[in-house]
Ligand binder design. Structure first.
Ligand SMILES: NC(=O)c1ccc[n+]([C@@H]2O[C@H](COP(=O)([O-])OP(=O)(O)OC[C@H]3O[C@@H](n4cnc5c(N)ncnc54)[C@H](OP(=O)(O)O)[C@@H]3O)[C@@H](O)[C@H]2O)c1
Length: 290
């Protein structure tokens, strides 16, 4: 197992046998508008990815559907050959249509193709962690994941994937996946104002499984709350900093993958996530999502 010392807020977490910084980075904001096409500024996108490494971040979240194929190619252009400590997490199970929609693609042959496309785009022989993305743009949807998850477990047995996870999943689907093959993370929507998975996070923490919230800053509609703004003003911090610090303090198994297309925002987010929130502030913040 690799060891990693970091001065990043939150320290490290171990995904299976892979040690990552709890402060990670999500690439979705690097693609063009609507997560379609190339970035407005190619060089700035590469600069953000290089800054991720310079800051000591060792967890990058991506998907071949971003662009599509745009963010994986940017990662490869900016960072290949990759530092040994870097772990790139991707997801399969959705593709893009011409209108920018995210139709599911979860037949075993779709997943095999997606895994090979990710390997090729990223220039890797093995993918460190692949999440099966379930549900749809509205969120998780009930239903069995057996067929697609068994297909991914087979690709893992063939040596193409180190670890598996699920995304946009219901608690029942998380349990169903675990009965098929071990998972090391669940990636679902969660933030200060959207607390659907509170119970799931605590259960996963007891099992040593990571919970990776997507839209930690609210995603396409940034978090807005007068209570959050008031606490941030009192702490002389930004609402974004408070939202990230709150997630790190919420549970030790929470890993951050905030997205940004800006080097300045990336630096701000790293600095801000280290904010120490008192019990009183945590209680006040807890009320926002309840
Ligand atoms: N599994 C799934 O289905 C799924 C779905 C969505 C996302 N994801 C993953 O989750 C990651 C995070 O989600 P996300 O990027 O959509 O949303 P997010 O992290 O909640 O928020 C990103 C937004 O916040 C802005 N932002 C970031 N830092 C800021 C700062 N310091 N000040 C002001 N604005 C700031 C960004 O704009 P700027 O670019 O201007 O900084 C961007 O508009 C994605 O990158 C992706 O890897 C997964």
């Amino acid at each position: 197992m690799s060891t990693l010392s970091t001065s990043l807020p939150g320290g490290t977490w171990t995904l299976g046998d892979l040690t990552v910084t709890r402060f990670g980075y999500g690439t979705m904001q690097l693609a063009g508008p609507g997560v379609m096409g190339p970035p407005a500024d190619h060089d700035s996108a590469l600069a953000v990815l290089r800054e991720v490494i310079d800051l000591g971040i060792t967890h990058i979240d991506t998907a071949d559907a971003y662009g599509p194929r745009v963010t994986n190619q940017l990662i490869r252009e900016a960072l290949h050959p990759y530092p040994e400590s870097l772990h790139i997490v991707t997801k399969v199970g959705a593709i893009r249509d011409e209108q920018g929609g995210w139709p599911p693609a979860r037949k075993p042959e779709d997943l095999r193709r997606a895994v090979h496309e990710n390997l090729e785009a990223l220039g890797l022989e093995v993918l460190d962690l692949v999440n099966l993305r379930l549900g749809d743009a509205r969120g998780p949807r009930p239903g069995s994941l057996a067929e697609p998850f068994e297909a991914l477990a087979e690709l893992q047995q063939q040596g193409l994937i180190r670890h598996l996870g699920v995304s946009n999943a219901t608690p029942e689907q998380v349990a169903e996946a675990q009965a098929i093959a071990p998972i090391v993370c669940v990636q679902n929507m969660y933030n200060l104002a959207y607390r659907q998975d509170d119970a799931l996070i605590d259960e996963l923490a007891e099992e040593g499984i990571a919970y990776v919230p997507f839209f930690p800053l609210g995603g396409f509609s940034p978090l807005q709350s007068s209570a959050l703004s008031a606490i941030a003003a009192r702490l002389d911090a930004t609402p974004m900093s408070v939202a990230l610090a709150w997630l790190l303090q919420r549970s030790p198994n929470i890993l951050l993958i905030p997205g940004t297309s800006s080097v300045a925002h990336l630096r701000e987010n790293v600095a801000g996530a280290g904010l120490s929130l008192s019990d009183e502030e945590l209680t006040e913040l807890d009320k926002i999502g309840h």
